[in-house]
Design a protein around this ligand. Structure first.
Ligand code: FAD
Length: 437
């Protein structure tokens, strides 16, 4: 525990939600009161990972250093992975940080907290499918997205060389899961292929020599979204040459194929798993209540049963007030929950008598899915009418991009977000559209 005068809020996980909370609190209260722990040194907005995987977004340009953000926004940054808690003494245990050559950069540390906020996100759930963990890549982190990008590049070059000896050779890419991640990745890969061909890998014809198959276990893709949106997204993918198969449950993943429950094999030299999420295993070891997929169970004010610990974002199961179910794992939810927690954290830091706990109410503004650089589909929730509006095309794509800008604005402030957006636009003109190295 820290001394009474410096109530310390420690946020674990600097993702879509945790980083916004750390920046907003840090600007107000400074580094003695606010600390952020993350296992990575750079932040990237997770919904951009499919672009990193396809090579259309360069993490070395897009990533924001937490150390830089800590200095600018006024919080303390602690690099390292949370490994456990001593809840009685209110200590967060953080693993040592090692270099590639296993040299110790930072030792294991014990970080005292008065209030702890868990925002460690989620990762892909392979549902114990044989071969999935071994052969499929999940877009859980920048490291995995980069791993996919490099494998893709190598497979494209290898397929391009093989084409000389075997004109019928096809590079098959399998995507398991027709949610937003799978759909957006398929669309982004199509963009990348057309650009790779443009940059000299012209022996391969996308659609003929490189084929993408998307397998979805449910009756339709984007099943959490309105039916009209699923149908529009599916048609756009099919028109652009993606094979979309619904009601297909993948039962096994092999080195070069996906196998469904009936034994049907779908060739895939490269496979991405995007079929559901679970929370990091660590959460189940903290002595807090967790659900079937390992999320920490919180009440309507995002509190756990331990009065010193809150949890939000993908790693928490929070009630959806008025909807009779839990909130979905979405960036929009994490963003709104970060804003909601500001008041409770302010009361704790300033020592004010806690105001009556408020209930978090999610305002669903709709969902947008990117299906290419100039295309998107989405449904927008009329805030006043409560009616669903269907949008598509460039308008939907622009609105989709504005979500990313909103995140940047919360983190960097409006001026720097504007400058960054202009800078990136100019860089796009001078650098290759696809990262080829
Ligand atoms: C490819 C893709 C596309 C998506 N597209 C959309 C979209 O269009 N719209 C949408 O609403 N949602 C989308 N999502 C979902 C969205 O990204 C998540 O809902 C959102 O990022 C959740 O925010 P979070 O803060 O809970 O967790 P995250 O953003 O995942 O952040 C978790 C953070 O915790 C850190 N961390 C994890 N474990 C530890 C540990 N033990 N110690 C220290 N740090 C740790 C991680 O490094 C990370 O920085 C997409 C997800 C993916 C993968």
């Amino acid at each position: 525990m820290t001394d009474n005068r410096t109530h310390r809020v420690v946020i674990v996980g600097g993702g879509a939600g945790g980083l916004e909370l750390a920046c907003k609190l840090g600007r107000k209260f400074g580094p003695r009161h606010v600390a952020l722990i993350d296992k990575d040194g750079d932040h990237i907005w997770k919904p951009s990972l499919h672009e990193v995987a396809a090579g259309t977004l360069d993490i070395h340009r897009e990533g924001l250093s937490y150390f830089m953000l800590a200095r600018d926004c006024g919080f303390t940054f602690i690099l390292g992975e949370l490994s456990g808690l001593d809840r009685e003494s209110r200590i967060a245990q953080v693993n040592a940080v090692l270099s590639d050559t296993r040299q110790e950069i930072f030792p294991a540390r014990e970080i005292p907290y008065d209030t702890l906020v868990l925002a460690v996100g989620s990762k892909s759930n392979f549902f114990n499918t044989p071969g999935a963990a071994e052969f499929a890549i999940a877009l859980d982190s920048t490291a995995e997205a980069e791993r996919f990008r490099l494998r893709l590049l190598h497979e494209i070059v290898a397929a391009s060389r093989r084409k000389d000896q075997d004109p019928d050779h096809v590079l098959h890419i399998g995507i398991v899961g027709g949610g937003a991640t799978g759909v957006e990745l398929a669309a982004e890969l199509l963009e990348a292929f057309s650009d790779s061909v443009f940059y000299g890998l012209h022996a391969l014809q996308p659609g003929k020599d490189i084929r993408i198959i998307l397998l979805e276990g449910g009756e339709r893709i984007l099943s959490a979204l309105p039916e009209k949106m699923s149908a529009a997204a599916q048609q756009l993918l099919i028109d652009r040459g993606v094979a979309v198969k619904t009601s297909v449950r993948v039962a096994a993943v092999e080195a070069d194929a996906l196998v469904d429950g009936e034994g049907h094999r779908y060739p895939a030299q490269l496979c991405v798993w995007a079929a559901g999420i679970k929370a990091p295993e660590l959460l189940a070891q903290l002595g807090l209540e967790t659900n079937r997929i390992g999320q920490v169970v919180v009440d309507g004010s995002l509190r756990t049963a331990d009065p010193a610990i809150f949890a939000f974002g993908d790693c928490a199961q929070a009630p959806w007030a008025g909807a009779g179910r839990s909130l979905p794992a979405r960036a929009q939810v994490a963003h709104q929950q970060a804003n909601f927690l500001l008041d409770a954290m302010r009361d704790r830091i300033s020592g004010a008598a806690p105001s009556k706990p408020r209930e978090f109410r999610f305002r669903d503004y709709g969902s947008l899915v990117s299906v290419g650089h100039n295309r998107g589909v989405g449904s927008l929730m009329g805030v006043l009418s409560g009616k669903n509006w269907f949008v598509e095309g460039m308008l939907a794509r622009l609105m989709y991009m504005s979500l990313h800008l909103m995140h940047h604005r919360a983190v960097l402030g409006p001026l720097r977000t504007g400058l960054l957006a202009i800078g990136r636009l100019l860089l796009k003109r001078s650098a290759p559209r696809v990262k080829l190295h």
